[in-house]
Design a protein around this ligand. Sequence first.
Ligand code: CTP
Length: 435
Amino acid sequence: PAAGDDLTPLINSRLSKKIQSLLLLVAQKADKENVKVFAVGGFIRDLLLNIKNHDLDLVVEPAAIPFAEELNKMLGGRLTSHEKFGTASIVLPEGIHIDLVTSRQEFYARPAALPEVEQSSLKNDLFRRDFTINTLACSLNSPGFGKLIDLFNGIGDLEKGLIRVLYNLSFVEDPLRVLRAIRFEQRFGFRLEETTLSLMENAAQTRVLEKVSKERLHDELVLALQEEKAPEILIRYFTLNIAPMIFPGIRLSDALQERLFAAREMCYWANRNWPDTEVVPGNLYLAALLLEAPFQEARHICRRLRLPQKQREPILAAVEAVPRLKEKLLANALKPSELYRLFSGQPVETLLLLQADSKQSRIWESTALYWEKLRHIQPHISGHDLRELGFKPGPGFQEVLSHIRAARLNGEVKNREEELAMAKKMLAARERNNA
Ligand code: CTP
């Protein structure tokens, strides 16, 4: 397609019925309210690339917030608006996000600061964006619904597969774009245009990323880790020399590269083989990275990255446990009860990281045996049964029951009767000793 082309056929053939009717609704409302509305950015880029995208970005002239309020009266979504920035967002129950911005000119008060907002035209708004492929727009008013607007040759770069900034200070004004460039490069299999690449190298050298708030850095990292190509993205952080600002102290070794790719394989493998287990690939990638650092450093990096505790815990548990477990597993063949004791309480991240970190079949078999079988095995008998046998409840009960579980795991007792007999013998011996 070229500027001026009508995107209606693509809209009708590539977008879901839900998004199609949403666009029509926005268009009707725009005409009725007498405002200009454009669909822009990632939404149009992905429409042209034929990739699913559930975020609708709208630019509204002259003001986004009143339009968003009117629109939401019909949509009944959850509306949030930011007066200061002239932006609003609507979240629909089906998980569709609509972002509305006032056509604007951004003035960056100082590098890495949030933009201050002033109303201006569509061109100004698009010019302040990150890359040419994100500046495509589509008019939603009639006449002209569906008309493709390409003010910065985004189509040319989309066709050539290039990530290109719009102006030389782009990375200085918003250094987070360095990471976004890598994310888009890897996601689409595009190349960094030459000048853009040298501006990025310059940004890496002058360490502008250190000016970005930790919160924004965290949010971008979350997005990067969700990508299919997350291992490639992380490796690119290293080769472009940006990693020291994100993961200080970690170096890119061959082992790390292999581990990152193996971690992705393990996530696929776990999804196929352990469908009931939720695996968060990003946690595994981070753990794979942090395994390169001394434990104290790893903990420090997690804090720096503002990882919430719920995420930090399994990651650090894995980082701490993997070297220790690997050594034990490789030293001796362990009985099932010993495996149980070794792995008990470890999150799934630990097991997958172990597998990603070692190609030894013994490690593979042990982790699979534990996760699929051993961890579910409980004794047939309970404390209740022990009371029925006439023994007094106490700390001994737990000990006896764990012993019986171990015996069960090793196949030393086969059924309830044998377990009861074993319990009776143990408890009687304890009582004799106590007497
Ligand atoms: N944008 C920018 N600089 C940033 C973040 C965003 O210029 N640091 C612009 C981009 O042009 C982008 C738009 O804001 O198109 C919306 O941002 P976002 O939703 O993050 O981008 P998408 O392109 O939709 O990315 P994704 O496909 O990952 O959702």
